[in-house]
Design a protein around this ligand. Structure first.
Ligand code: ADP
Length: 482
């Protein structure tokens, strides 16, 4: 299996960049073992420009095809991804560290986006409007926005690629994608399969690069790129938005979160424990929708804390290729430093450790899943996204106050709550200032639903019919003299 990334990388390099590559390479290694997986061609501004030029030419031809034709190509890509699920999952676990079953689930999630947008490609509708005078007719048509520059993160290196590319291609756009430098191999493999699916030359372009900032600047400043679609940190999102402002370039941004997970007294506590385990520890807590703050009402606090801690103790940490592993390594030492700093700050301000709290025995970036109680909102971990396997529990009394506290953040991506009283369910769902609310569930991401955030968690939505709109321009046609 581990030979696979190298094969795909080489294939992709030869197929796409040819002799323009200047020989510089960067390394990709396995975060579980430190093993070198591949040396990839390190591309920069020049190769990005070439890719944009190619995309610009190819886009016109791609947009001129029938929707059915675009749909058929997406279907073929979808099938190829399903056929190669095991290889893609193995590449993903090798470069990113997540447990193999989670990688398999991510690949099927990626395939589901391709399936959804293969279907949606055929459902792009315009409209006619009743004109205010009899000699006119008014219509709206939808057209692809053009060349799209996309930048993806390391935490979901396969599904983020699919989530951005599939609606863009369905709409008739061409794309230039730069995957995260830590996890470019599964993207390379998916692009190799895209070539096999029969996308015309230049419609999908991959840039392997260690210098994300340089590629990002070119994508934002090149006038042939009409839109930037980015998933990553709020800090880089702000920078990209600034860089796009000169040309008023359209942006879709999916940025950081600080998700509250609220358990009210009327909740089913066992269900809430299950949901919290999923919402907190999937991908070792390295997701933008990870529960970052667990608020538990005093009537069920002790029961929830005891049951939750028992479950967390049973989660095993280790190499994602080993069977039964629930938590893989953190992506790098910076991530380790952050979780340690959050724990130290909480302890210093009165927090108590129920379990975990240290690096796991394996060394490297493995960290024990951790539960803390006696948490207050002044602590760093309640204000910033930890992006690691750390669950802080905050006791609360007043249901209105907890909603205010949950909203007291610059972020607005995902929130979760558990309750059974119908009046409360509606009231809280409407009051929470988040783009996505999980009600009595710890997992809600789906190709059929709009994923995205309010406030500084982003702009735009991915998935569902709304995700397609992000790649379409609306054009008003006014026919006079009739
Ligand atoms: P994280 O901190 O989780 O790695 P980042 O926002 O830094 O999140 O990274 C997400 C993606 O953004 C990666 O593909 C990374 O290479 C890219 N990136 C990082 N810095 C910049 C930048 N200045 N301009 C454009 N892209 C960037």
């Amino acid at each position: 299996h581990l030979k696979q990334p190298e094969r795909f990388a080489a294939l992709d390099r030869v197929a796409r960049q040819g002799d323009r590559w200047d020989g510089r390479v960067f390394r990709v290694s396995n975060p579980s073992t430190g093993e070198l997986l591949a040396e990839l061609p390190d591309m920069g501004v020049e190769q990005t420009r070439i890719a944009i030029d190619r995309a610009h030419v190819a886009q016109a031809e791609w947009a001129a095809r029938t929707a059915r034709d675009r749909s058929d190509t997406l279907w073929r890509w979808h099938q190829l991804i399903l056929d190669h699920t095991d290889d893609l999952a193995a590449i993903l676990t090798a470069e990113m560290g997540k447990p193999l079953p989670e990688a398999v689930s991510e690949v099927s999630h990626a395939a589901a986006y391709l399936q959804w947008y293969a279907e949606e490609a055929n459902r792009i509708y315009g409209e006619t409007i009743s004109a205010p005078s009899t000699d006119r007719r008014m219509l709206v048509i939808k057209q692809p926005i053009g060349v799209v520059g996309t930048i993806t993160p390391w935490n979901f290196p396969a599904s983020m690629v699919a989530r951005k590319i599939s609606p863009a291609l369905a709409a008739g756009c061409a794309i230039v994608l730069k995957p995260a430098e830590q996890t470019p191999l599964v993207a390379g493999a998916m692009f190799a399969l895209a070539a096999e699916a029969g996308f015309p030359d230049g419609v999908v372009n991959l840039i392997y690069a260690s210098d994300g900032a340089a590629v990002g600047r070119e994508l934002c400043s090149n006038r042939k790129v009409r839109k930037i679609s980015f998933t990553g940190s709020t800090e880089v999102g702000r920078l990209l938005m600034r860089q796009c402002s000169d040309q008023v370039k359209k942006v879709s941004l999916e940025l950081g979160g600080n998700a509250p997970f609220i358990v009210f007294d009327d909740a089913d506590v066992d269900a809430a424990v299950d949901g919290a385990i999923q919402a907190k520890f999937r991908n070792a807590g390295q997701t933008c929708v990870s529960a970052n703050r667990l608020y538990v009402q005093s009537g069920v606090h002790d029961e929830f804390a005891a049951k939750f801690t028992a479950r967390v103790r049973s989660l095993s940490v280790g190499d994602g290729f080993e069977p039964g592993i629930a938590i893989g390594p953190l992506i790098d030492t910076q991530a380790l430093v952050k979780i340690e700093a959050h724990i130290a700050d909480a302890i210093q301000k009165g927090g108590a450790i129920c379990c975990g709290g240290r690096q796991a025995g394996h060394g490297g970036t493995f960290f024990e899943p951790t539960v803390l109680t006696d948490i207050t909102s002044e602590m760093l971990l309640a204000q910033e996204e930890t992006f690691g396997p750390l669950a802080p529990i905050i006791r609360f009394e007043d249901p209105d106050q907890v909603v205010r506290e949950a909203n007291d953040t610059i972020y607005g991506l995902a929130a979760y709550f558990y309750a059974s009283n119908l009046k409360r369910v509606w009231h809280v769902a409407e009051k929470l200032e988040y783009g996505m609310i999980g009600i009595n569930t710890g997992r809600m991401s789906s190709e059929a639903a709009p994923f995205g955030g309010m406030k500084q968690s982003g702009i735009g939505r991915e998935g569902s019919r709304h995700g397609l709109e992000e790649y379409l321009e609306m054009k008003y046609l006014c026919m006079g003299g009739l």
